[in-house]
Every structure is written in structure tokens, then in C-alpha cells.
Design a protein around this ligand. Sequence first.
Ligand code: FAD
Length: 282
Amino acid sequence: MTFAVNVSFEVYPPRSQENLPQLHESIRALDTASPDFISVTFGAGGSSTRDSLEVLTFIKDNTSAQPLAHLTCVGTTRQEASELISSFVEQGITEFLALRGDLPDGEAKHRGELHHAIDLVNLMKSDLNHSQAIDRIAVAAFPNGHPESQSLDEDIETLLAKQNAGATLAITQLFFYAEEYAGFVDKASKAGVTIPILPGLMPITSPGRLARVLELTGEEEPHQLSQQLRSTDNPEEWKFLGIEWCARMIRELVDARAPGIHLYAFNQHKTVLSALEQAGVR
Ligand code: FAD
């Protein structure tokens, strides 16, 4: 049996121009799943403005998906952030994921005028040049809590504040058990969050990738998945296990009435499309 579910994907601008054709091929393949949007990451501090725009423009011109631009604000002035938003809007990009971002170690967080994602949401809503032009403002959510938060309640308050500032969608950090998402959504809804919260998932297809995402996200190690991956050193079996885990989570999240599935594609289409197919999602 197949289910019609809203899907979306995240890709990142490749480090080298040589890898652009391969990313273009992956984006065309991802488009076959009729995603609602394909989002493109952004380097905090503005390191990849041009590269992000290049990928977003490709999505706009070559797929039926909406291009959704991640933007970070940490370390920037109001004026710089406003100009940054304008540079995207001028290229026809009207959907954004408003983020704080993380400055590289050693760079002071208090530098700049915008310190939190909500400051960027407020700027998008208040700046007359942008408020009419922007069609969607998404924000991040953390089912297991942001590493800097004192409690999950703080994360829910932060999400509620971002909703009240004008965000209309939340996309979650990676997590590894559907119950973590369901528990967070339940708490958020009781606190007054009404915007859709899209679960963000990734097929973890090697122990190395698991270690890398745990380092990047600060999430706790999922012992069961970790043990499964460490039970073999065959890359084909890793792939099988990672896709199977992700497909099961997709089914459980659809059963839990998630408003869609957001897949971190890591610029590779095959594993995420296999996970959707195995989950029976079209
Ligand atoms: P915030 O909402 O600012 O929250 C960060 C912390 O500050 C939380 O503990 C929160 O509770 C607290 N807080 C929030 N508002 C206030 C306030 N007003 N006063 C006091 N405390 C407050 N990073 C990138 O660099 N580029 C990307 O493209 C990117 N894409 C991402 C996509 C998704 C879906 C997710 C989940 C994360 C992404 N990140 C990206 C990482 C993100 O930038 C970091 O997780 C960052 O640490 C937090 O971002 P945020 O937008 O949630 O920040």
C-alpha cells in the first residue's frame, strides 16, 4: 500500500564547482518524488551566499519544488541581514528557514546585532522591503532540546515565540525515535504551538556518518542503530540497515500524523528515495 505524504528535502551547496553537475542530477532525481520544497543550507557568517543562491536558482528553474533558502543571522548587523534577504528576494527566492546559525569556535557570539533566529523572523516581518515579498518563514525545532537550552520547556517557549513572530512552519533537528517527535509535538501543541512541525530525518548509512551527525547536532547516540551498524563492516549492509531504520521511522511518523516528512538528503538522492519507497510513500 502506498500513502500520499508531503515530502521535502535538504541539500547543501557543494564545496567545489566540479560537484555541481552531480548535485543537479540528484536534485532532478529528488524532484521525481514531487517534493513540496527543496531547502538549501547556508554557512553561518555568510560564507556561501553565492553558492546557496546558485543551487536555489537551479531548483527554481528546473524542478516543480519550491526553493527554500536557509539563512543565518548570528554575527550580522540588521543592515547586513536585510541586504542578504534582498539579494535572495531579488532572485525570486521567497521562502526561508530563519536560523541563528553557529559561529565557528573562537568567534564571539555577541558580535553583530542579531543574536537569535527570532530576530531574523522579526526582521523579515517588519522590513517593508521584504514583508510583502516573503511567502513562507520556517524555523528550526529541537525534539530532544537544543544543546544550549536549559530544558525542553525552553525549546517549546522559543518555538512558540518564533510562531508568534510570524513563522508558519517548523522543521526539526534529526532524531532517531518516532516517540521523541510525538512527545515534543504533544507538549508544543499543549503550549499553544499550532504551526506544522515537519520531522527531519536522514538515512544513516555508515558508522562514520552516525558519528559525524552526532558531532554536528549534539544528539545522543541511538544505541540500537549504532549497534546494528557496528555489527558489520560491509558498506552494502550499512546502507540496507540505514534505509530500513529510516523507512520504519517514516511509517511510524505518518501513523503519528506528522504533517510531512523532511529528509536530509546529504546531496545523494538514492538513499532518501529508497527510504520513501520502502516506507510506501509516494
Ligand atoms: P535559536 O532559535 O536562536 O535558538 C538557539 C538557542 O537560543 C536555543 O537554546 C534557544 O532556546 C535559545 N534562544 C532562542 N531565542 C532566545 C532569546 N530571545 N533569548 C534567549 N535565548 C534564546 N546552521 C547553519 O549554519 N546553516 C544551516 O543551513 C542550518 N540549517 C539547519 C536546518 C535545520 C532544520 C536545523 C534544525 C538546524 C540548522 N542549522 C543550520 C543549525 C542551527 O543554526 C543551529 O542548531 C543553531 O545552534 C540554532 O539555531 P536556531 O535557529 O534554532 O537558534
